[in-house]
Design a protein around this ligand. Structure first.
Ligand SMILES: [Zn+2]
Length: 577
């Protein structure tokens, strides 16, 4: 294989060879064939996607004279004439590339403008290409403006930038703008397959998938990585070698992580992270693979059957899709994506990875939302009595035996050991009315009642899940403006992450079905004094205190404590049922 690097060898020499930028190619081809030429072009897009390449092809199109020297402006430059050959070789005197990242001052631009005063030396047009044009200083921009506005007829400008937002509006308005798009992994993969076939390099499909993804939309990066992988693999591409070079994690490992997270198995998550560390697999590679897997799983969830058949990675996605609710998939995807930025903040990137993953477990699962959380706030049951099992541990005179593995909580000491359970009667929530917590900054308690009832109804209907449920559960209703259309409900929400338009829209939509009409939600920052979450916590605390008082005052328990010298109630063992 050639020693010329692939990115240079396979740089497109004409529009037909450009991959993935058909919209730009079509527009420029029409302009050239119909001779409707603008005097200034702006190419935008991320690095490595072909801005300079398009500029060079455009310069050739404008200056090509054809193989016999008789050609004119063309959308299909010949590749043989002086202009074509010298522009390709980067030595054509009428094509000037200026990198504004390193030549950004007014002096460099003045120099360029002076050169613009002279007609082309050999070509039809002078083409000035200013790369990373957003880096020019304001003075340099202003100096350029007049020439850009009324250039001599033989002068064409091409500006390229990765950051068009930073360009002066006066410059933008004088340019015909084209946005080059990042290439899809499949586009890169397909092109790499052609290049490798032309080079006669043996490769497997999985290697191409990995390289296609690792290119992150840039064909130049895709080709550079392929060069490295060929050198790394001794002239051929194999999945294991490419994976090791890229530091990427196998899809199967990502599936194991999602499976453990879906099962809310924190210990398994930590063990998997530890295994990744032991194998030397990078934390960022893990999050990349996780995001890729979840993206495909989300596709499978909303459009089953659309993932590519026979793609082993799609098989993994199909396997995890049923494990998560769609919004949980979105949540975990978002955490994987944004977690990458956090990895560098910790000295131990695997510890940071564990934190990113464990954050998912801090959100209530689907099941918890329907059962555990809402239970204490359900409508009061008819008056009844409930039993509380109170484990009591008599004090051990000698080294205390370990608590039984079944967690029974009540063990005797030595030969006198006797397992005793105390069943006592505790009034239900209905029998003892819930004490009213103090209201927030004058907000009527009735609003809190209405909000709690509504949120419980939404949860019981399954109308809100994951983050939307979290928003409803942790916020407090402080005002309803019935005068607006639709009525505006103002919620105080503490966590900024929950104050999102998308979440409030989903909550408002779910509420509309319950309240019988459209509502608008206004989320305001603050401390929610009377949220369903707070009421739930207060209710739990009340029931706990009640159960403890009941046990402490129970005659049987009192007698046990009196009989067994030093016996005590194991702290924390009393649980209301
Ligand atoms: Zn030519």
């Amino acid at each position: 294989m050639s020693t010329v690097v692939l990115a240079r060898k396979y740089r497109p020499r004409n529009f037909a060879q450009m991959v993935g930028q058909e919209h730009v190619v079509t527009a420029l081809t029409h302009a050239l064939t119909q001779n409707r030429l603008h005097h200034a072009y702006l190419f935008t897009g991320t690095r490595g996607i072909g801005k300079t390449t398009v500029s060079r092809i455009l310069a050739k199109s404008l200056n090509c004279t054809g193989p016999d020297g008789s050609g004119g402006i063309t959308a299909t430059p010949c590749g043989e004439c002086q202009a074509c050959r010298e522009i390709d070789a980067d030595r054509y005197i009428d094509y000037i590339e200026l990198d504004a990242a390193s030549n950004r001052s007014i002096d460099e631009i003045r120099d360029l403008i002076e050169r613009a005063a002279y007609k082309p030396g050999i070509g039809r047009f002078k083409v000035f290409m200013i790369d990373e044009a957003h880096q020019l200083t304001k003075d340099a921009f202003n100096a350029l403006l007049k020439t850009l506005e009324e250039p001599p007829e033989y002068l064409k400008f091409v500006l390229a930038t990765t950051d068009p937002e930073k360009m002066l509006p006066t410059v933008l308005s004088r340019c015909l703008q084209f946005n080059l798009r990042p290439m899809a992994p499949d586009t890169v993969r397909g092109y790499l397959a052609q290049v490798l076939a032309a080079e006669g390099v043996a490769h497997d499909e999985a290697s191409l998938r990995l390289l296609g993804r690792a290119a992150r939309g840039s064909m130049r990066d895709g080709l550079s990585l392929t060069d490295q992988a060929i050198a790394y693999g001794g002239g051929k591409l194999e999945e294991s070698v490419v994976r090791s070079m890229l530091g990427s994690v196998e899809r199967g490992r990502a599936r194991e992580l999602v499976t453990a997270l879906a099962a809310r198995d924190g210990a398994a998550v930590l063990a998997l992270v530890d295994a990744l560390r032991q194998r030397g697999q990078s934390a960022s590679g893990t999050l990349d693979e996780l995001a890729g897997l979840l993206q495909q799983a989300a596709v499978e969830q909303v459009a089953p059957g659309t993932l590519e058949a026979g793609d082993p990675e799609a098989d993994e996605a199909r396997a995890v899709a049923p494990l998560l609710a769609p919004d949980e998939t979105q949540l975990l995807y978002s955490m994987a994506l944004h977690g990458r930025a956090e990895l560098a903040l910790m000295p131990d990137e695997h510890a940071a990875l564990a934190m990113v993953l464990l954050r998912f477990l801090a959100f209530p699962s689907e099941a918890a939302a329907h059962e555990g959380r809402s239970a204490p706030l359900r409508a009061p049951a008819p008056p009844t009595s409930r039993s509380v099992v109170a484990p009591i541990r008599p004090a051990a005179p000698s080294p205390s035996p370990a608590a039984p593995a079944n967690g029974g909580g009540l063990v005797g000491a030595g030969s006198a050991a006797a397992i005793v359970t105390a069943a006592v009667s505790v009034p239900s929530a209905a029998a003892a009315p819930t004490p009213t917590p103090p209201s927030a900054a004058g907000v009527p308690r009735a609003l809190g009642d209405r909000w709690c009832a509504l949120v419980l109804s939404l949860i019981e209907r399954g109308g809100v899940t994951a983050l939307v449920r979290e928003l409803a559960w942790s916020s407090a209703l402080v005002a309803i403006d019935e005068g607006s259309t639709p009525p505006t409900w103002r919620l105080v929400v503490e966590r900024e992450a929950l104050r999102q338009g998308a979440l409030s829209d989903r909550l408002a939509a779910a509420m509309a079905a319950v309240v019988g009409g459209a509502v608008r939600l206004e989320l305001v920052p603050g401390t929610p004094e009377d949220s369903p979450a707070r009421r739930d916590a207060a209710e739990r605390a009340r029931r706990q205190a009640e159960a403890e008082a009941t046990i402490q005052g129970d005659p049987v328990v009192r007698e046990l404590l009196a009989t067994f010298k030093g016996a005590r109630i194991v702290p924390g063992s009393i649980k209301p049922i």
